[in-house]
Design a protein around this ligand. Sequence first.
Ligand code: ATP
Length: 241
Amino acid sequence: MIRVEGLSKSVGADRVPVLRDIQFDMQQGEMIGVVGSSGSGKSMLLKCLAMMEKWDSGRFTVDGAEIIKEGWSGKRKIKREWAYLEQNPQLYPRRTALKNVLIGRSGQTPLWRMVTGMVRSDDYMGAMDYLEGLGLLDKAHQTAEKLSGGEKQRVAIARALAHGAKVVLADEPVIGLDPHTADTVLETLRKLCEEERATVIAVLPIEMAEKHATRIWGLAGGKIAFDIRGRRLTQQEKNMI
Ligand SMILES: Nc1ncnc2c1ncn2[C@@H]1O[C@H](COP(=O)(O)OP(=O)(O)OP(=O)(O)O)[C@@H](O)[C@H]1O
């Protein structure tokens, strides 16, 4: 179980508050869609959960471990077990999509494997399965530099999944995708939550969150304005964000 209590974050010399007293509990297998207007704090929330931004205050508990209190080792647990997918994913440009999935993120893959490029055949099959599930089978052997932004995002998702991320934090994973591909990507993520008990927190457009998320957080002014089961938002809820 994941619990966040009183997460607050401010930025700049003036200490402008960006996140205010964020609070939630989360179970494995949930797919959470984060919605909210520009500047409401969606990206910052994901970065704080990924431990890429320092928390001003708050308590962060993951499977009984106190992440903030544990300092370096808490941060390491998150970096190892969780995947953060930024808007512009970092891939090795000269390597193929498949190789990018196989060799993983830097810091996560043994150096010998990155240097030699050696992989096991079951890893290969797994990587191809994820690429297929994300509609990228025909791009598996294309170098990353020749992929579109949306394709790179999907390679980054496949890479996170192939390396067994327990929690995937995805900042706008379907931006720039046509509606059909966006549906395919989100269906794959949702299936993963259901079948492998992975947990996904993704910043999504409202209609995609309504369609695919099991739970929706509406952010406004750095606060969770509503926290509901995945369904169509009411007009009142839309007015809150
Ligand atoms: N490093 C920073 N320095 C100063 N202000 C920042 C910094 N990072 C974020 N902010 C501010 O914090 C607020 C929240 O930013 P955040 O990127 O989380 O918004 P968002 O909801 O993801 O927006 P968008 O939908 O436009 O991506 C914004 O007003 C932004 O300008």
